[in-house]
Design a protein around this ligand. Structure first.
Ligand SMILES: NC(=O)c1ccc[n+]([C@@H]2O[C@H](COP(=O)([O-])OP(=O)(O)OC[C@H]3O[C@@H](n4cnc5c(N)ncnc54)[C@H](OP(=O)(O)O)[C@@H]3O)[C@@H](O)[C@H]2O)c1
Length: 267
């Protein structure tokens, strides 16, 4: 199982947002499955700790890349940091909101930062790493989204919008890249007890929140089950009330219609 996984998604994986919570759990679980890791986040001390931990526990290589994903030079900086590495898996995990307040209270700068983190960052990383995956005929791309993507909501106007962007972007990529053997999956989460959630002053409630290690396990086990895998049984039950058509079928229908339209417009 380890060999199959490493052959499919190795030898190196990039985790964007890997210093704590779901990202740190993903690092541990991917390393356990034999992948070397490029770990990205802003907190150098935490990132170094995660990197040292996976090297020690699982004997893999790990590079800690201290990088703000909202930096306008992010693509070039990550290209330099991963030069010479064969990246077979990209998981874009960073992207939570740090508040539940209105758009007008938050202001434009806060909105722009969220858009850079959740929209421009994933597009930059896919643009950077997907071409080589397609050339190799294998690989995986995961965008960690949120159930907030299902509809706009007060106090989360920008957050719900950027998560909807991630969701649709992943669905489109899934339809485009599968013929190259590259798997794409959007994994919306419900409430998860991460350090970021704790910093918002929210207490652990096992009835309402999942744990990072359980979320990470479900993500790693469902990379090939795109275009969308909602994480958590309760969250899937909620999503199935809203998304009454299977997303794979819907994306296939929409893709067929777009391709048909494009073919007509060329003639
Ligand atoms: N927690 C929840 O209840 C919940 C619910 C639904 C969906 N989600 C989704 O799950 C994902 C993980 O959420 P989370 O709660 O763990 O919080 P998060 O704030 O997204 O943090 C996750 C990781 O991303 C890094 N990160 C954040 N901003 C960054 C930036 N600008 N540049 C580089 N790295 C950055 C953080 O490290 P540094 O701070 O060191 O950079 C951390 O390692 C997010 O996409 C979120 O939208 C979470």
């Amino acid at each position: 199982m380890t060999d199959d996984f490493a052959q499919r998604y190795g030898p190196w994986a990039v985790i964007a947002g890997a210093s704590e919570g779901v990202g740190a759990s993903l690092a541990d679980q991917l390393a356990e499955r034999g992948l070397n890791l490029v770990l990205i986040a802003r907190s150098e001390a935490l990132l170094d700790e995660v990197a040292a931990g996976v090297r020690e526990r699982h004997g893999v290589e790990a590079r800690a890349v201290v990088q703000d994903l909202t930096d306008s030079e992010v693509a070039a900086k990550l290209a330099a940091a991963t030069d010479g590495l064969e990246i077979g898996l990209v998981i874009y995990n960073a992207g939570a909101t740090d508040r539940t307040t209105s758009f007008l209270e938050n202001g434009f700068d806060h909105a722009l930062k969220q858009i850079k983190l959740d929209c421009i960052g994933p597009v930059a990383l896919v643009d950077q790493f997907a071409p080589a995956m397609c050339d190799r005929g294998r690989g995986g791309i995961v965008l960690v989204a949120s159930l907030a993507c299902v509809a706009g909501s007060a106090t989360l106007a920008v957050y719900s919008a950027v998560k909807a962007f991630q969701h649709n972007f992943a669905e489109g990529l899934w339809a485009e890249l599968r013929e190259f053997g590259v798997e794409v999956c959007c994994t919306p989460l419900g409430a998860t007890y991460t350090p970021a959630l704790q910093r918002m002053g929210i207490r652990y409630d096992p009835a309402m929140q999942m744990l990072s290690e359980d979320v990470a396990r479900e993500i790693t086990e469902n990379i090939g089950n795109g275009p969308v895998h909602v994480v958590g049984e309760n969250n899937r039950a909620v999503a199935s009330q809203i998304w009454t058509v299977d997303r794979r079928t819907l994306v296939e229908m929409m893709s067929a219609a777009s391709i048909d339209f494009a073919s007509k417009s060329e003639t």
